[in-house]
Design a protein around this ligand. Structure first.
Ligand code: DAH
Length: 339
């Protein structure tokens, strides 16, 4: 009897199959509810007591080896099916193609570029690591000028100063040094300031700088260009220019757009006034033109600068600036439909 079971074990171990049907027949033969192993367990009660232990152990061995055989053969067959054809089942639905999304900062930057391209502005760029001349001195901010404190700077090296640019106005200087008027250019880019990080401010953010130099450029030209921009960008047609101060422009102004109170649900967007500050601007200071080898008696021009994050937050109702830099896909995925 025991020998018969041992024989069965050898039989099971040497069994091989190439199709799922063959495996199933094998499984039913040995492990099925009317199978060989079931019968052996029934016979177990007729085995004399002194042989019970060994007999029981051997049947269990047979059972385990039959079960193992079924699992390994099934795996072999499944892998073989996968390897069989590159195409597999042609009627199977295809793998979904995941679409990526552009970052909201890129979306808004591209939109701004497009609006200004339509009225003849080209795009220019400059380095993020700047020298003192392009970031400060040429922009009418000589050493020890108190207005340097308006922008807390990350210095890389002292003497000569190397720093992370605090604004994209540095690109104005580079562009004027290398190009003759007429000049119409916008310069998007990343800027850095040593500021505490909060929901409204970050030490890394993005700006777009605008520069227009030609003969007879007036403040009215500036205002009209900005009005065109706010209409195209936000669909808002009321702006106001408040007198302000920037060392590189004279006169200088802060631009507010009338946003209205319809979206003012939490008093945070316009603080209940309806007006919203979106950029700084002004007529390029003659000293700056001179520093860049442009004759201020012949040419005049305007400049403006705005923060991209601020505009993106407004357009997409993003409550916290930190969301732009966390790369949380749940946030980024929401921009899939925007191109
Ligand atoms: N550079 C200024 C800043 O970062 C923004 C600015 C204001 C740029 C007025 C300009 C301008 O070109 O004319 O705060």
């Amino acid at each position: 009897m025991l020998d018969k079971v041992k024989e069965l074990i050898t039989e099971v171990e040497s069994f091989n199959a190439t199709t799922a049907n063959e495996i199933e027949t094998f499984r039913i033969k040995y492990l099925g509810s009317k199978g060989i192993i079931k019968d052996l367990f029934t016979e177990f009660k007729n085995v004399p007591n002194e042989q019970k232990k060994e007999f029981g152990q051997t049947i269990n061995l047979l059972k385990n080896s039959a079960e193992n055989k079924v699992t390994t053969l099934k795996e072999v067959i499944e892998n073989a099916v996968e390897e069989k054809g590159v195409y597999g089942d042609l009627t199977r639905p295809s793998e979904p193609i995941e679409l990526g999304s552009r970052h909201p900062i890129s979306l808004v930057k591209n939109q701004i570029i497009e609006v200004f391209n339509r009225i003849g502005f080209t795009v220019s760029e400059g380095p993020e690591i700047e020298d003192d001349w392009h970031n400060f001195t040429a922009l009418n901010l000589p050493e020890y000028h108190p207005a340097r404190d308006m922008q807390d700077t990350f210095f890389i090296e002292k003497n000569p100063d190397t720093l992370l640019r605090t604004h994209t106005s540095s690109v104005q200087v580079r562009y004027m040094e290398q190009n003759e008027p007429p000049i119409r250019t916008i310069s998007p880019g990343r800027v850095f300031r040593n500021e505490d990080i909060s929901a409204r401010a970050h030490c890394i953010f993005h700006q777009v700088e605008g520069l227009y130099i030609d003969t007879d450029v007036s403040f009215a030209d500036l205002k009209q260009t900005l009005l065109y921009f706010t209409k195209e960008m936000f669909g808002k047609s009321k702006i106001r220019l408040r007198p302000s101060y920037f060392p590189f422009t004279e006169p200088s102004a802060e631009v507010d757009i009338y946003w209205g109170l319809e979206t003012e649900t939490d008093y945070r967007i316009t603080k209940g006034t309806g007006w919203l500050e979106i950029m700084g601007c002004g007529m390029v200071d003659p000293n700056v033109l001179k520093n860049c080898n442009i004759d201020p008696t012949k040419y005049s021009g305007y400049a403006f600068g705005m923060g991209i994050e601020r505009i993106a937050m407004l357009l997409y109702q993003i409550p916290d600036i930190r969301m732009f830099y966390e790369n949380d896909v749940r946030f980024l995925e929401q921009f899939k439909s925007v191109i």
